[in-house]
Write a protein that binds this ligand. Sequence first.
Ligand code: DON
Length: 346
Amino acid sequence: MVTQLLSTRRRRFVAGAAASVVIGGLVLTAQSPDPQTAVNNAFTQFKDLKEGKNADYIPALAKVNPNLFGIALVTTDGKVFTAGDIKTEVSIQSISKVFTMAQVIQEQGLESIEKRIGVDATGARFNSIIAVEAVRNVVGSGAPEMNPLVNPGAISATSMVTGANADTVWKKIIGFHNDAAGRQLSVLQDVYKSESDSNQRNQAIGALMLAYGYIKTNWPQAVDLYTRQCSIGVNAKDLATMAATLATGGKNPVTGKQVMDAAKVPGVLAVMATAGLYDDSGKWLYHTGLPAKSGVGGGIIAVSPGKFGIAVVSPPLDDAGNSVRAQRAITAISNAIGGNPYVARR
Ligand code: DON
């Protein structure tokens, strides 16, 4: 595969004189499959995997086709490799937490999130109220120890996006997501309605976060905007482009737009590495080395800094709330093409 690419791609010689091909920051050796082959192999390997179950605590999610399976990989030089269904949209759900956190960091600096919410793993489920009590930030009691990727921290992060009214704040939130995806996204109204009708737990969390000083005002607005951001419709290609924007130092490699400052991206990736797959984040990092984020809609994004962003959409989830096929496919693809940033290039 690599030899076919040698004539058309930039060449590089590594120690030992073996020829390698560079696509974005990805150095492919004679032993590695090219990205399209790796993506195709994972699709074939996992397409019949039936483990896991759609989320059903948001009724609309239970109705999504569990067989939906799409893979997309976007390199930092804007090349796109796909397999399966990359058109059907699912709700972005918790993956939106990454981009709203990134927006707050972009606007208000890295310290804003660290000081108000914290950047530590809770070791608990994404909607745990016990975790809020355990790390409770009574104003003036010291640094908070939560993170913006669990529901309490995410609702607080949404409340930090500035704007005179809900409309202005929403335009900023969806605008940031659009820029990272490289197209105009919209809310899946059936999911928004279904989640709004069944999100009493998040409302309780919103009120608690106001009581404990993480949210300064108007928790119902924060919960509503958070619910809306979770209902944004995305396909595997959108998600991979969003991941690639983080892999490219905040620049969307397909549109060329600088969405956030490069210097602020490592902070975003650090929180993803720490808490992106909730209490399975350590296990995930152990096997892939990739900062990542899952959503109960069935998507997972993962970032190989300087190399590529990858996303898989497949709704059935494991007990921790992470897509089963997405975890397997991303691990297989990334490890096949050298995506793990902890592996020293020699
Ligand atoms: O607030 C919720 O429960 C959902 N809107 C998002 C949860 C989610 O995606 C957790 N991810 N794995």
